[in-house]
Design a protein around this ligand. Structure first.
Ligand SMILES: *Cc1c(COP(=O)(O)O)cnc(C)c1O
Length: 408
């Protein structure tokens, strides 16, 4: 059973044709799980997955920092009073403006050697010294024993070591590293294996380059259940293995800070998307239920169906995060008082025939005014949807507080 507040959804369907509802109680529950597991680590929230104002307020007031993927996201955290060492700005292709504006507000994680040189020019002009982190493309793979592979992210491990060793940028101190290779992992063994390789990487970089690393940012990877058949990640097992590695590591490096990033683990299961039934019809014997804003309200269920259509119904084995997780990643829950069932096709109100979210499924008979709730809509949902298509009214983004009030 998907945990959400059906009563609040029914209430909001009276005044909104389509909306997201994020639940403070569930966000806090997941934050507490992370804090309980990673007691000695700094946890930061990947803002890009859901930058809703009330979600950010909840997260940042819980002692969680920010993983910012743009200058705007740096400001979301900075304007809420987060100190510089709780805001990490990591993305490829930062502009000069991005760096000039963020340099005193966030810890910049440089994504390339060129970027470090740009930071050097700015630091030199301001006559300041800057601690900069480096995103590393390590010489190992997330899974198993594989070696490194080409990537647009970060600096290859050997290049990073060579650069730090002979650092010619006199205003730059490289004092931290960041790696993020993979999202949505549900195997505790695989995640723990990755963490082990990260501890070894930090040792290698320090040994070979002479750097002192004040922090190691392990990135994310923490997965959440999508399909009903998914087995939840055993977070306590991941955390216990991490703690064992950390205890060893700090024997040699007692002042290191450890950073864990997460987006979806905090917010993903805390959101639903609701679309109202606007119309229905029978066409050549087939029941169609027409919903408000599907592809243009919450795109990923339509993307999943599109992929099923173009691959002949076979589930592509590869996830394409955060656009595609799997074919059965979303459940469609009817909001109606009718109990008698029928076979229906659920479509949206766009002027394209591909705006279908479910075909020939059995549902209670839905009438205009009823609704459909789509699950797993708290992360990479509203932000990844082409809401401007056909200039339809956009879904509302609502926030259900623990005390039951709803904020828009
Ligand atoms: C998007 C992103 C994350 C968050 O990933 P989740 O799967 O949502 O936890 C973490 N780190 C980096 C660098 C990212 O780009």
């Amino acid at each position: 059973m998907y945990d959400y507040n059906e009563k609040a959804v029914r209430e909001q369907l009276k005044c909104h044709d389509s909306f997201y509802l994020y639940d403070e109680r569930i966000i806090k529950k997941h934050i507490n799980e992370l804090k309980e597991g990673f007691k000695n680590e700094t946890i930061i929230y990947s803002v890009k997955n859901n930058p809703n104002t009330h979600v950010l307020d909840t997260v940042f007031s819980s002692g969680i920092g920010a993983d910012a993927a743009s200058l705007a996201e740096v400001y979301y955290a900075y304007d809420r009073g987060l100190p510089k060492d709780m805001i990490y700005f990591s993305c490829p292709g930062k502009t000069i403006k991005d760096i000039e504006e963020s340099i005193d507000k966030a810890v910049i994680i440089a994504d390339s050697i060129n970027e470090i040189k740009v930071i050097q020019t700015i630091a030199e002009a301001r006559n300041i010294h800057v601690n900069v982190g480096m995103r590393i493309n390590p010489d190992f793979s997330f899974f198993g024993e594989g070696k490194g592979s080409p990537s647009k992210f970060g600096v290859d491990e050997d290049q990073a070591i060579a650069f730090i060793k002979n650092n010619s940028c006199s205003n730059i101190i490289i004092n931290g590293i960041h790696v993020h290779l993979h999202s949505q992992e549900l195997s505790a063994d695989i995640l723990s294996g990755y963490h082990k390789k990260m501890f070894a990487l930090a040792r290698r970089i320090q040994d070979k380059s002479g750097a002192t690393l004040d922090y190691i940012n392990f990135g994310s990877g923490l997965g959440i259940t999508f399909a009903e058949s998914n087995k939840p990640l055993n977070l306590s097992a991941v955390a216990a293995s991490f703690e064992a590695e950390r205890a060893e590591y700090i024997k040699d490096h007692p002042d290191t800070r450890f950073i864990i990033e997460s987006g979806r683990y905090m917010s993903g299961k805390a959101g639903i998307y609701a679309a109202k039934v606007i119309d229905r019809k029978v066409s050549y014997g087939k029941n169609f239920v027409i919903l408000k804003n599907t592809l243009n309200g919450f795109a990923r269920p339509s993307v999943a169906r599109m992929l099923a259509a173009v691959t002949g119904g076979e589930e592509p084995e590869i996830m394409y995060e955060p656009m595609y997780t799997g074919r059965s990643s979303f459940q469609f829950l009817p909001i109606t008082d009718n109990t008698e069932t029928e076979t229906v096709t659920l479509v949206g109100c766009l002027c394209t025939g591909t705006d279908v979210i479910a075909q020939d499924i059995v549902m209670p008979h839905l009438e205009p005014g009823d609704g459909i709730v789509i699950t797993n809509a708290g992360a990479y949902a509203a932000v990844m949807t082409p809401m401007q298509f056909a200039s339809l009214e956009k879904p509302a983004e609502l926030f259900l507080k623990e005390d039951g009030t709803v904020l828009s």
